[in-house]
Design a protein around this ligand. Sequence first.
Ligand code: GTR
Length: 352
Amino acid sequence: MTHVYGRTPSEKITVSYTLLSCNPKALDGKATCKQVLFSFTNGEKEIEAILLLYIPNLVKGKAPVFVGYNFMGNASTTLDPTIYHSPGLRFVYGKDSPVWKRGAQKNRWCFDQILERGYAVATMCYHDIYPDQVGMRDYSVASLFSDYIPRSRKHDEWEAIGVWAWGASRIVDYLVQEDRIDMDRIAIVGHSRQGKAALWAGAQDMRFKVVISNESGCGGAALSKRVYGENIARITTDFPYWFCPGFSRYAGNEEELPFDQHELLALIVPRYLYVASAEGDWWSDPKGEYLSAYYTKDIYQLYGMNGLESAELPFVNQPILSDVGYHIREGKHDITDYDWECFMNFCDLHLK
Ligand code: GTR
């Protein structure tokens, strides 16, 4: 907390929910689609976010759910013209930016397959919670907390990753009132910078029964002390607002870290952990991602669960599905249908 992501405040912020739309026959009748406006407020200031929720119609009882942020807004995940643009996008992108194009990242969200396999999906744009750009803290939900001081950051002050993680838990708070969602079967999934936030959210919130990090790299699943690919100096320079200021003290000085990222992953026990890498994504250090998942094995064993057996990276496209799961696929940095298929196979084992 004080070294990497900063402290998560325990203060409660008021959130109200407004149902913006409900389509019981979305995606050719496969799903019930709801859009819910979240208004976070401290009484003086309000920040809005929109949750996009698909619930599989084929499931008669309660469905398990994937919770995960999208990068380019809810309307980027599908061509459906009834899906609203996410409010936070406007802080980061001008109207001529390609992110406003409907379906711009629909390749990352295989909703049809996910729903056909009986999973619900709850997604929100991460810019709604903390716009992902330097100088945006005043527009983030962090600015609603009573001890927030603009332009002043304590060494252990939470920053974007901490705030995104907090926001993921607020999505879960909302899901409590959805009677077709099973609160005991919630998976969190995040790609890259959102993989970092997913791990941190999973470590703090036990309601996430499966925690999935896709190519989360430095400050995520990858071991920092290998100093391979992206390192702390680089990430804290390029993205100074992701981590608490205290993390910079380890820039070029990784050996001084009192722990490494496998200890973050170990906090997921006794729940299920899945780490995914891509062969062409050396920047995220696939081997470092694998090893930190591997090094959780003693703690999993202590809980009578099975971690990864071998310290050797498995072959490409050969997933390991134990209580800790892992795959490295061919290709580059992205989240693909293949990744989702592996995540669903893992969740079928543990959530069904
Ligand atoms: C890169 C960054 C990585 C990763 C990635 C992403 O620029 O260096 O740490 O988070 O962005 O989010 O796609």
